[in-house]
Structures are given as structure tokens and as C-alpha cells.
Design a binder for this molecule. Structure first.
Ligand code: HEM
Length: 301
């Protein structure tokens, strides 16, 4: 660990003059700690899911006092092994909580802007301003590096804990699934072409007089809806191929579009009232499922 933390400091060219400058700035930065804390929580509260982690007043109060200490330690002038162990521990606590690494990165953006703003305000006509800014930038980057290293290690750890057979199997499955994904993308393009065909056929029926105008227009609208849903599905699959998550809701949207088309057609016939009702219930169930998937299983990372 000693070697590791010395290497981090060396990589950031963080040396004794930086440590001395940070210590010198401590009184000035300490004087705005409350402003820092208020801004910090206003900032992270906008993340949306912050309340899921900072669950109640007690946790918030505990976190606030820990953040205060962490902020003050930035300007302590002592960056030894115990300082680095503390940072490492903070990272591990966040990983265990399942806090998205994105939140930590975003929170650091606030810390950086605040701290640099404070330094600029207090030292704007000081010839050492540039060096002070560099020192603050370095310590913030080092903190971010160590805090997020726990996330990287957790990912690596999960991979390294697999046996060689499991790793080979994982690699093989990844390859196969990527081939199947391309196959699925091709099939979806085919579906989009079929939807265009269906749309063309509906137009043909409408203009050739084989269907009455009201039914013709509604059927054509239904085909357009299916075409739109198929395009959405292609977009979702493209995102999936780029490494995004599998968008189950796009498939549900396509099913909803197909059912709405049926409802549009059946709504013209008085004998099909029960069918319309059943399709309506199905659309409602699918819409609820889609809502649950989008809101409850939204990816955090
Ligand atoms: C600049 C970024 C952040 C820093 C420096 C930081 C710092 C800390 C520290 C020092 C602890 C205490 C670790 C320990 O127990 O030893 C902690 C815990 C925790 N952090 Fe953060 N944090 C940051 C961002 C966030 C964000 C963005 C959230 C949530 C949206 C969050 C949620 C939590 C929670 C829930 C705990 C556990 C609190 C408890 O139950 O005691 N942190 N954090």
C-alpha cells in the first residue's frame, strides 16, 4: 500500500510544495465549509435517486459530518498512508452501498468548482494563484482516483474470482450473444420493411375501394403505429449493440402498437365490443408493465 500511494502521488506530481500550499490555504477554505456543505447537498439532491442512499435525517446528518471532515482533510497538509487508507475506505463504503460511480464523479465536479472558486476569490491578486489552483486540482483528482479505484477493483475482483473454465465460457457466451444480437437487428429491419408493406397494402385497400373510408383510415393509422414501434425497437437494439442495456420496454411498445391497431379496426364493429374490451385490458396491463420497467428498473450506472 505504501508503494501504491507513493506512486499515485508521483503520477500526479504531487509534492511537498503542493502539500505546503494546501495547508496554507486551510483557514480560508475552512471559513467557507458551511457554504460548501449546503451547496454539496443541494447539488447531489438533484441526482434523483440520492434519497435512496441518504435515507433519513440520521444518515444525512452522519454523512454531512463525514463530508465536512473529508473536506477539511483536503487542506490538512498531511497526505500519508492513513490519509490514503481513509479514502480507500470511503470508496469501499460507497461500493458496498451500491452508489453509482457516476454520482461520485458528478459530486466531485461540484467540489472542484466550489474549491477553485473559493481559492480564486481569496487569492485573486496573489502571484501564487496558479500554483494554489494546481495544488487543489491535484488533491481533488487524487481523491477521485482513489475513491473510484474501489469500483474498478470490485469489477476486476468479480472477474478474477472466476475460474479459467468460467472465463472461457463467459467469453464464448459473449461472442455468441453478440452474433445473435446482430441477427436480431437484421430481423428487426425485416419487420420494419414488412410494416412498410402493411402500410402500403392498407393504402391500396383504401384507394381501391375494397374497404370503407373510415375503416381504411383507421387501419392505415394502425400500420403507421406499428412502423413507428418497429423503428423504436431498431433504435433500442442499436443502443444495446453499443453496450447499453436490453430495452424490454421497446418490445412491449411494439406489442401495444399491434393491439391498438386491432382496437382501431374492431372499434368499428358493434359485434366485437367484448374483443375491444379484452384488447383494452391487455393494453392497460402492458402499459403498466412498461411503466414499471422504465421507472423501477432504470439503470443507475
Ligand atoms: C465527493 C463525493 C463524496 C464524498 C467525498 C463522500 C464521502 C463519504 C464519507 C467520508 C462517508 C463515510 C464513510 C465511512 O463510514 O467510513 C460516506 C458514506 C456514505 N456516502 Fe458519501 N461521499 C460522497 C458522495 C456521496 C453521494 C453523491 C452519495 C449519495 C447520493 C453518498 C452517500 C453516502 C452514504 C449513504 C454513506 C453511508 C452513510 C452512513 O450510513 O453512515 N455519498 N461518504
Amino acid at each position: 500500500m505504501k508503494e501504491q500511494y507513493n506512486r499515485i502521488k508521483a503520477d500526479y506530481e504531487f509534492a511537498q510544495p503542493d502539500e505546503a500550499l494546501l495547508l496554507q490555504m486551510k483557514p480560508q477554505l475552512e471559513s467557507c465549509v458551511d457554504e460548501f456543505l449546503d451547496g454539496f447537498y443541494n447539488f447531489i439532491w438533484n441526482f434523483g435517486e440520492s434519497a435512496e442512499f441518504l435515507k433519513d435525517e440520521e444518515v444525512i446528518a452522519r454523512h454531512r459530518s463525514k463530508i465536512r471532515q473529508w473536506y477539511l482533510d483536503l487542506f490538512n497538509g498531511v497526505y500519508d498512508i492513513s490519509y490514503f487508507l481513509k479514502l480507500y475506505n470511503i470508496g469501499e463504503v460507497h461500493v458496498k452501498l451500491g452508489l453509482p460511480t457516476h454520482y461520485v464523479n458528478a459530486a466531485f465536479n461540484y467540489v472542484r468548482i466550489f474549491a477553485l472558486g473559493c481559492v480564486q476569490k481569496k487569492y485573486h491578486d496573489d502571484s501564487s494563484l496558479a500554483d494554489r489552483i494546481k495544488a487543489v486540482e491535484k488533491i481533488i483528482d487524487i481523491n477521485l482516483d482513489v475513491l473510484t479505484s474501489s469500483y474498478r477493483e470490485e469489477e476486476m475482483g468479480r472477474f478474477l474470482s472466476l475460474t479459467s473454465v468460467e472465463k472461457t465460457l463467459l467469453g464464448f457466451l459473449k461472442k455468441i450473444s453478440s452474433y445473435f444480437n446482430y441477427l436480431l437487428a437484421g430481423a428487426l429491419v425485416l419487420v420494419a420493411f414488412f410494416s412498410i408493406g402493411l402500410f402500403g397494402y392498407d393504402i391500396y385497400l383504401l384507394f381501391s375501394g375494397q374497404t370503407n373510408i373510415e375503416k381504411g383510415i383507421l387501419t392505415t393509422l394502425g400500420s403507421l403505429l406499428i412502423l413507428w414501434a418497429a423503428i423504436e425497437l431498431i433504435h433500442a437494439e442499436m443502443e444495446h449493440l453499443r453496450g447499453g442495456r436490453f430495452a424490454l420496454e421497446a418490445f412491449i411498445t411494439l406489442a401495444i402498437a399491434a393491439l391498438i391497431r386491432k382496437i382501431l379496426i374492431f372499434s368499428l364493429s358493434s359485434e366485437k365490443t367484448t374483443d375491444v374490451l379484452m384488447y383494452g385490458v391487455l393494453v392497460l396491463c402492458l402499459s403498466i408493465s412498461s411503466w414499471v420497467i422504465v421507472t423501477k428498473f432504470k439503470p443507475l450506472k
